[in-house]
Design a protein around this ligand. Structure first.
Ligand code: NG6
Ligand code: CA
Length: 500
């Protein structure tokens, strides 16, 4: 009996000690930020002092990837640890789509909950809501982030350019009013409010010709999709960054004594870029540049709060983006006319939607003062699909069977203890690519080579493409004809991985 009691006490004490040491985790996940958009990644026309300081306090990765060149699939992979192309329906979702992660499935967030963390999702969601029956926006909206591992969720359903333009907090729309019910439709107009198509004179920012974004006008901005009602629930675009940052900070403050996971999914710098007054015109690069400054400001506020709470040493901060950059993604906002030499993808070819590196190679900064050596850079090949297994390792969690099948534990690379990361990685930018060491193979594809509306090279080519990324990170020289054996072997390996 005595022995049992002793064992019990030891177990509890050890548990407490671990609990105290367990670091908080903040994943700051920006939207559409390119490899060249931060000054610590070489931007010269725009300065990001808070992100630069974060990089200085930790490691800056030069070969960190999203799984995909758009949002929904990248976010799906980050949370589930599964490649999105393994599952149907993981493309960019409309704002009234059903949730694509079944409730109760293992996720990065639920795994962290099991490790004793309080978990929050603040910001963009874009993984669908509800069970597939039409969403009633005027009652509790379920399932959502709370059903896949988040104790707290404050978010908008899809993207800033899609209806409904409302914030949801733990399943309820903020400011909902039963006398002014919300209806959303992506097929046909609902309500009689002006649309961008019928009343372009009412727009405060023009939609780009041929790209849509001309349905219901909310705050002078034409959206994708139609909505009616909820006049008091609709967000003000200029306040979105403030609202999200404030909620993130509230969560940090409320959970300062517990280990927490905060997934802080910024809306910046996705379209419509409509920054707060404090940032309008500040960058001289148009609203896209201003949104970069606003994003950097949000990061600064989070870091200030960490210091104020005395948590900076015991918190891992990861900054990354969900896909590569785009200048004109649907609105005439000055990003193109005031580019001023800014290179959003840095030295990389392509951008958002693209199979070239610009689509998926993104800024990736990890800071954990005292544990991660400050000021380093790492060339390790890592992917956001690996975060699940990496954080499971960090928190001593065993992965449930079948969970996170494509996620590899990259903790040593992630913490800068090892220079190597993955030896291979599959990337999705339209067609699939395989990276093996310094080689990248892009599957042949018949689609257009230039996506005209957004003016980005897709990476499509009818012939196989093979690049030596170490010598040619800008993917200028297709070496497939010189290395047919390599092409064959990589194509076969990609097929094998697809079916694995
Ligand atoms: C595209 C939209 C674009 C943006 C994107 C999703 C058009 C013509 N373009 O389909 O504006 O919303 O989807 O961006 O509709 S993402 O970052 O969420 O993937
Ligand atoms: Ca995105």
């Amino acid at each position: 009996m005595k022995r049992l009691l002793f064992m019990f006490l030891c177990g509890t004490l050890a548990g407490d000690a671990i609990a105290q040491q367990r670091p908080n985790v903040i994943i700051i996940y920006a939207d559409d930020v390119g490899y060249g958009d931060l000054s610590c990644y070489g931007a010269t026309q725009v300065q990001t002092p808070n992100l630069d300081a974060l990089a200085k306090s930790g490691i800056r990765f030069t070969n960190g990837h999203t799984t995909s060149a758009t949002c929904t699939p990248s976010r799906y992979a980050l949370l589930t640890g599964q490649y999105p192309w393994r599952k149907k329906g993981t493309g960019v979702l409309p704002g009234n789509a059903a949730m694509i992660i079944p409730p109760g499935s293992p996720t990065l967030a639920s795994m962290m909950q099991q490790a004793g963390y309080q978990t929050a999702l603040v910001g963009k969601w874009h993984l669908g809501l509800g069970d597939g029956s039409p969403i009633n926006w005027n009652t509790a909206i379920k399932p959502g982030p709370n059903e896949v591992g988040f104790n707290y969720a404050f978010f908008f359903p899809a993207t800033a350019d899609r209806v409904p333009t409302v914030f949801v907090e733990n399943g309820s729309i903020i400011g909902a009013d039963p006398d002014d019910p919300i209806e959303v439709n992506y097929q046909a107009k609902v309500g009689n409010e002006p649309t961008g198509k019928e009343n372009p004179e009412l727009l405060k920012i023009q939609s780009s010709p041929g790209q849509g974004h001309n349905n219901t006008i909310v705050n002078g901005i034409g959206r994708i999709g139609w909505m009616k009602g909820g006049s008091r629930a609709r967000w003000t675009d200029e306040e979105v960054a403030y609202a999200f940052t404030d909620k993130a900070i509230e969560f940090m403050e409320a959970n300062r004594k517990k280990p927490f996971l905060l997934c802080f999914n910024l809306s910046d710098i996705h379209v419509p870029r409509m920054p707060a007054t404090a940032f309008k015109g500040k960058s001289k690069l148009g609203y896209r540049g201003d949104a970069i400054l606003q994003m950097d400001w949000s990061v600064g506020r989070i870091m200030d709060k960490l210091r104020q709470l005395g948590l900076e040493k015991n918190t891992i901060v990861l900054f990354s983006s969900d896909n590569g950059p785009v200048l004109d993604d649907g609105y005439v906002d000055g990003a193109v006319t005031q580019q001023n030499g800014h290179q959003p993808a840095g030295p990389l070819r392509g951008g958002k939607y693209s199979a070239f590196e610009g689509g998926t190679r993104v800024p990736w900064i990890v800071s954990w003062p005292g544990t991660v050596k400050a000021g380093g850079t790492s060339d390790a090949l890592i992917s956001q699909v690996d975060l699940y297994a990496t954080f499971a390792k960090l928190t001593g969690q065993k992965l449930p069977e079948n969970a996170a099948p494509d996620s590899h534990d990259m903790l040593p690379a992630f913490l800068g203890k090892k220079p190597e990361g993955r030896s291979w990685l599959v990337l999705q930018g339209g067609s699939l690519s395989l990276v093996q060491g310094n080689w990248k193979y892009i599957t042949p594809s018949k689609g257009a080579k230039l996506m005209k509306e957004v003016n980005i090279e897709s990476g499509n080519d009818e012939v196989p493409q093979l690049y030596d990324l170490r010598a040619d990170v800008g993917e200028k020289q297709n070496l497939a004809a010189q290395h047919p054996d390599k092409v064959k072997a990589m194509a076969e390996e990609l097929d094998r991985l697809k079916n694995a």
